[in-house]
Design a binder for this molecule. Structure first.
Ligand code: ADP
Ligand code: ADP
Ligand code: MG
Length: 670
C-alpha cells in the first residue's frame, strides 16, 4: 500500500478520497487554487500545496504543477478523482513518466475509451450491442443527411470527444438537421477542441443503466452490479440508484459479463463504468465507458458493502482483487441525490454566493459526502455540485423514505439548491413505482398539465409547523417584554388557547392551538381536522423543525420574515402568511377600501430581489393581479395589487434589491 498520495481534485470527491486514505493510514497531499484556500479538502488533508489562480487552467488542470507538487512532497501516486484531469490520457502518461502511479487505468486505455467512436468500435469487437448508427464522423451536411436517412429519425448527433452531456442534439427530421449539425459542431469544438460528430438512432424514453467494474493488473475483472441513472436534466444525472427496478438477475448477469469482456478486451485496470441505455423492449445498447471513479459510485458501495476508493488504491499498488464474481451479492437498495447550487425554476442556472448557514441531514443509514460547510464560497469556476446524499434501505421504498426525510432536513442558506426539486421527484407517484426514463423530468415535473397538487395532509402539516413557529416567535417577544408588562397587567400569553389564520396559495386554514397538558404537547385544529402535536424541548425556534404529528415524525425546513414563513416539506415549498385572529379580522372583515393602501402605494412586503415587473405605467390593473415578482427567502413570489387602479409610477426594476416597506408601485389617485 502507498504511504503518501496526492489528490488532484477539490470538493466532495477530494474529501471522500481523503477519508479512505485516513482510514488506511495513507498520508495525503491536497492541491488547491487561490479561491479554495480554506476549503474542506485543504483543511482535512495532511499537507496542501497551492497551485495558482482560481481558473481551472491555472490550478486543477495544470498538469506540470500538480506533478511537481507530488514529487516535491514525496508522494508515490496521484488520485485524479472525477472531472478535471481524470480522463486525460496525456496527464496519466506524464504522471507515469515522472515515476509516479496514476490511480486509474493505463494512459492508452483512457485514450481509446475517451473517444466515443473508438470505444464504440471496441465494443462491437467485444460483442457488446451498440446503438444503431453510423460509426464514422460525418464529413459534411450532405453526408449527414444521407447517414441520418439510413439510421432513421429521430437521430442523435453526438460529439466523439463528448462528456457531461455537452454538445449532444436530438433531431426529429431532415429539416432540422442543418442547424443542429452546425450548433453541435460549434459547441463541441469550443468544449473539447474537436469537431467530430457521429450519428446514432435516438432511443425513445430509455433508461440509463451502467455497470461498475473493477479490474486488477493480474487479469481479474469483476462487475459490482448496476446503477440506474435515468433521472437526468440536460443529459446529466441528478438521482441515481442501485440496483435498478428494470433488471432481473438474468439481464444483470448478461450486461455485467459483457461489461467485463469489454474491459478485458481493452486491457482495463482499476475502477471503470460501462454505460448503457435500455429501451422499452428491454434491449440494451452500449453508450460509453468512463475510465474513472464515477460521481454516483457510493450507491454501489452501499449495496456491496465495499469501499471503491480502497479497492482503487489496492489495485494500483499491485494487489490482487480481494473478491471474485461469485462473492458479489447485492444487498438492499441505495439511492443518491446530487445536491447542486442551482435554480431549477430558472432552467437550472448555477447559483453562486457564500454559504451562510449549513446543516447536513443525519439519520439511520444516511451518508452525506460533502465538500462544503458554513462559510464555504461557491464560485463560478467549478462544478455547481456541493454534496451528495446517499441512503440505504432493506428495499427501494425504505431507501426512498430515508432520502425524503434526509432532504427535508438538509438546510443550506446563501445559495439556491436543487434539494426541494429532487425531493419533488422522489415523492412523485411515477418515481415511487420505479417507472423511470431519461425524459422523466420534462414529462412529469415540468409539464404543467400533469402537475400534482400537494396532498392536503402535507398542507396541514406545513400549516401546523409554520403556525407553531410564529406562535413561539411571538411568545418569545412577549417574554422579553414581560418586565414592562407586569406594570400594566398580566400577559395574555399565559393562555392555553391561541387562534391564528394561516394562508397559503389558494388555501386559508383556521388554526386553533390548544396546550395539551404541557408546553410541548399540543392539540391543534386545522379547519375541521384535529392533530396531536409534540414539539422538541425546550425551544424550537430554528431553521429545521422536527415535529411529531399524530405519532408520525415530520421534518420541515422553515425560513421566516415577519408574518411570512416559507416551509419546505417533501419537495413542496410554500409561502405561508400567519395572522392572529384579530389581525385577520381587521384585514378581512372590515369594509375593504377599493385601494386598501396607505395613500396610493404598493409597499414591498418582505426583503428580496425584484425578478420581474409585470405591469407598465398607465396599465389598468385589478385587485389580486400580480404586479411584481420577488425572489425572497430562496423562492419566487408575486406581490399582487391590493385593489383596482391605474399605474402611475413604477419605482423598481428587475435586479433591484428591495427592503420591506419600500414602495414598489404608485397608483393614480382616484
Ligand atoms: P457521465 O460522464 O456519465 O455523465 P458523471 O455523471 O459521473 O458521468 O459525471 C458527469 C461529468 O461531469 C463528468 O465528466 C464528470 O467528470 C463531471 N463532473 C461532475 N461533477 C463534477 C464535480 N463536482 N467536479 C468536477 N467535475 C464534475
Ligand atoms: P456523456 O459522455 O455526455 O455522458 P453519454 O453517451 O454517456 O454522454 O450519454 C449521456 C446521456 O445522453 C445518456 O444517459 C442518455 O440520457 C442520453 N443518450 C445518449 N445516447 C442516446 C441515444 N442514442 N438515444 C437516447 N438518449 C441518449
Ligand atoms: Mg455518460
Amino acid at each position: 500500500m502507498f504511504e503518501k498520495i496526492l489528490i488532484a481534485n477539490r470538493g466532495e470527491i477530494a474529501v471522500r478520497i481523503l477519508s479512505t486514505c485516513k482510514r488506511l493510514g495513507v498520508r495525503t497531499v491536497a492541491v488547491y487554487s487561490d479561491s479554495d484556500f480554506r476549503s474542506m479538502h485543504v483543511i482535512n488533508a495532511d499537507e496542501a500545496v497551492l497551485l495558482g489562480g482560481a481558473r481551472p487552467a491555472e490550478s486543477y488542470l495544470n498538469m506540470d504543477k500538480i506533478i511537481e507538487a507530488a514529487l516535491g512532497t514525496g508522494c508515490q501516486a496521484i488520485h485524479p478523482g472525477y472531472g478535471f484531469l481524470s480522463e486525460n490520457a496525456v496527464f496519466a502518461e506524464k504522471v507515469e513518466a515522472a515515476g509516479l502511479v496514476f490511480i486509474g487505468p493505463p494512459a492508452k486505455v483512457i485514450a481509446a475509451m475517451g473517444d466515443k467512436i473508438e470505444a464504440k468500435k471496441l465494443a462491437i469487437i467485444a460483442g457488446v450491442p451498440t446503438v444503431p448508427g453510423h460509426i464514422e464522423p460525418v464529413a459534411d451536411l450532405e453526408s449527414a443527411v444521407k447517414v441520418a436517412d439510413e439510421v432513421g429519425y429521430p437521430v442523435l448527433l453526438k460529439p466523439a470527444a463528448g462528456g457531461g452531456g455537452k454538445g449532444m442534439r436530438a433531431v426529429d427530421g431532415p429539416d432540422d438537421l442543418a442547424s443542429a449539425l452546425s450548433l453541435c459542431q460549434k459547441e463541441t469544438l469550443k468544449s473539447f477542441g474537436d469537431a467530430r460528430i457521429f450519428v446514432e438512432r435516438y432511443i425513445k424514453r430509455p433508461r440509463h443503466i451502467e455497470i461498475q467494474i473493477m479490474a486488477d493488473s493480474h487479469g481479474n475483472v469483476v462487475h459490482l452490479g448496476e446503477r440506474e441513472c435515468s433521472i437526468q436534466r440536460r443529459y446529466q444525472k441528478i438521482i441515481e440508484e442501485s440496483p435498478s427496478c428494470a433488471l432481473d438477475a438474468g439481464l444483470r448477469e448478461k450486461m455485467g459479463s459483457l461489461a467485463c469482456s469489454l474491459a478485458k478486451r481493452a486491457g482495463y485496470t482499476n475502477a471503470g463504468t460501462v454505460e448503457f441505455i435500455l429501451d422499452e423492449n428491454q434491449e440494451f445498447f452500449f453508450l460509453e465507458m468512463n475510465t474513472r471513479l464515477q460521481v454516483e459510485h457510493p450507491v454501489t458501495e452501499l449495496v456491496n458493502n465495499l469501499d471503491l476508493v480502497e479497492m482503487q488504491l489496492r489495485v494500483s499498488s499491485g494487489e490482487v482483487l480481494p473478491i471474485a464474481q461469485t462473492d458479489v451479492v447485492l444487498k438492499g437498495w441505495s439511492i443518491e441525490v446530487r445536491v447542486c447550487a442551482e435554480n431549477p425554476a430558472r432552467d437550472f442556472a448555477p447559483s453562486v454566493g457564500l454559504i451562510t448557514r449549513y446543516a447536513a441531514p443525519k439519520g439511520k443509514r444516511v451518508r452525506v459526502d460533502s465538500g462544503v460547510d458554513a462559510g464555504s464560497s461557491v464560485g463560478v469556476f467549478y462544478d455547481p455540485m456541493l454534496a451528495k446524499v446517499i441512503t440505504w434501505g432493506e428495499n427501494r421504498e425504505q431507501a426512498r423514505q430515508r432520502m425524503v426525510q434526509a432532504l427535508n432536513g438538509y438546510h443550506i442558506e446563501g445559495v439556491f439548491t436543487n434539494i426541494d426539486f429532487a425531493n419533488r421527484i422522489l415523492n412523485h407517484p411515477v418515481f415511487i413505482k420505479g417507472e423511470l426514463s431519461t425524459d422523466f423530468i420534462p414529462t412529469y415535473i415540468f409539464d404543467e398539465s400533469k402537475k400534482i397538487e400537494p396532498p392536503l395532509s402535507s398542507l396541514h402539516a406545513m400549516a401546523i409547523a409554520t403556525t407553531l413557529m410564529h406562535h413561539l416567535r411571538k411568545s418569545l417577544v412577549q417574554h422579553a417584554l414581560r418586565p414592562l408588562k407586569s406594570r400594566v397587567g398580566p400577559s395574555h400569553f399565559s393562555k392555553n388557547t391561541y387562534e391564528f389564520v394561516a394562508r397559503t396559495e389558494g388555501n386559508v386554514f383556521k388554526m386553533r392551538l390548544d396546550k395539551n397538558g404541557s408546553e410541548f404537547q399540543w392539540r391543534i385544529r386545522v379547519n375541521d381536522d384535529i392533530y396531536r402535536v409534540i414539539t422538541p424541548q425546550p425551544e424550537f425556534y430554528r431553521r429545521r423543525l422536527k415535529l411529531s404529528i399524530n405519532e408520525q415524525e415530520y421534518h420541515f425546513r422553515l425560513n421566516y420574515e415577519g408574518n411570512f414563513i416559507v416551509a419546505a416539506y417533501c419537495g413542496v415549498s410554500l409561502l405561508y402568511e400567519i395572522y392572529n385572529l384579530r389581525e385577520w379580522k381587521l384585514a378581512h372583515y372590515m369594509p375593504v377600501p377599493s385601494m386598501k393602501v396607505v395613500d396610493n402605494i404598493l409597499e414591498c412586503p418582505m426583503p428580496g430581489l425584484v425578478v420581474d415587473v409585470k405591469c407598465a405605467v398607465g396599465d389598468q390593473v385589478f385587485k389580486g393581479q400580480e404586479l411584481v415578482i420577488l425572489e425572497s427567502m430562496k423562492m419566487e413570489s408575486a406581490v399582487s395589487s391590493p385593489g383596482d387602479g391605474v399605474i402611475e409610477e413604477i419605482l423598481v426594476k428587475a435586479g433591484d434589491a428591495v427592503e420591506s416597506g419600500n414602495v414598489l408601485v404608485r397608483f393614480k389617485k382616484t
